[in-house]
Design a protein around this ligand. Structure first.
Ligand SMILES: [Zn+2]
Length: 240
C-alpha cells in the first residue's frame, strides 16, 4: 500500500514537474547571458551525483524532535534519485543506506568521517561529467532562522546552478523564506575538494519547530526532491 502510494505520488508529481520544467524553459529561453560552458558540451552526458550528507557514525545535526539529519538527508536523496530516473537521469548516490563501511584503521568518529568524505570525493572525481547535489539540513543555536539555503562550490557553473535552485526553493517551499545563495565556507571539505559543478542544499532548519516538522514529513521531502531535481534538470536542459 505504501509503495503504491509512493509510486502514485511520484508519478503525479512527475507530471507537475514536467509542466514546471517546460514553464521554466519557456521563461528563460531568451536569456542570452544564461550559459554555463563549464558544465557540458552539447553531446556530453551529465552524471548527476546526489550526496545525502552525513550517515553511519556521523548523524549530523539533530532536530528538536530528536531525528538525525542523516536520516532526513537520505530520505530526500532517495526520492530525488527516483525523480531523476523518471526524467532520464540515473544518478549515483554517495550512500544508499545509513550504514557505512569504514576502513579498519578508522577507529574514532573523526577518522571515520574523514575516510568517508575522502571516499565520496574519490567517487565524484572519478565520475565522468559529474554535477554534484549535496543534501543537508541546517541547525542554529536559536529557533529563529528558517528556510532553505543553497551553497555553491568555487567551481565553474556552481554559482549559476545555486542561484537557480535558491530562487525555486524560495518560491516553492512552504516557508516562503527568501534566502540568498552563498559560497560554501572553506571548512566544508567535500565541497572544496571537487572539481565539478556542485551545490549543497540546506533544505531548512531543524532548530525551528515548524520547519523541523515539515522536514520530517514524507510529502514535504518529496516536494523538496522535486524542486531540487526539477530545477537542476531544467537548468541542464537549457545548456543543450
Ligand atoms: Zn549537514
Amino acid at each position: 500500500m505504501k509503495i503504491r502510494f509512493l509510486i502514485t505520488s511520484v508519478l503525479s508529481l512527475a507530471v507537475i514537474l514536467s509542466v514546471f520544467s517546460l514553464l521554466f524553459l519557456y521563461t528563460y529561453y531568451d536569456s542570452e547571458d544564461y550559459t554555463v560552458n563549464a558544465i557540458q558540451g552539447p553531446n556530453e552526458k551529465i552524471n548527476l551525483i546526489i550526496d545525502p550528507g552525513h550517515g553511519g557514525a556521523d548523524g549530523g545535526a539533530v532536530s528538536i524532535t530528536g531525528t538525525y539529519e542523516s536520516a532526513i538527508n537520505l530520505s530526500i536523496a532517495i526520492k530525488a534519485e527516483q525523480i531523476s530516473a523518471l526524467l532520464g537521469y540515473n544518478p549515483i548516490l554517495t550512500r544508499y543506506s545509513d550504514v557505512i563501511d569504514y576502513p579498519e584503521d578508522a577507529v574514532t568518529i573523526r577518522a571515520k568521517k574523514v575516510a568517508d568524505q575522502k571516499s565520496r570525493v574519490s567517487l565524484i572525481t572519478s565520475t565522468a561529467n559529474p554535477v554534484l547535489i549535496s543534501i543537508h539540513q541546517n541547525k542554529y543555536t536559536s529557533s529563529g532562522p528558517y528556510g532553505a539555503q543553497v551553497f555553491y562550490s568555487n567551481t565553474d557553473g556552481s554559482n549559476e546552478l545555486a542561484e537557480h535552485l535558491q530562487l525555486l526553493l524560495s518560491e516553492n517551499t512552504d516557508t516562503g523564506k527568501r534566502n540568498s545563495a552563498v559560497q560554501i565556507p572553506d571548512s566544508i571539505y567535500l565541497m572544496n575538494a571537487i572539481n565539478c559543478p556542485g551545490v549543497l542544499v540546506e533544505c531548512g532548519f531543524l532548530s525551528n519547530e515548524s520547519e523541523a516538522n515539515l522536514l520530517e514529513d514524507n510529502e514535504y521531502q518529496l516536494k523538496l526532491a522535486i524542486i531540487i531535481i526539477g530545477g537542476t534538470v531544467g537548468f541542464l536542459n537549457q545548456l543543450k
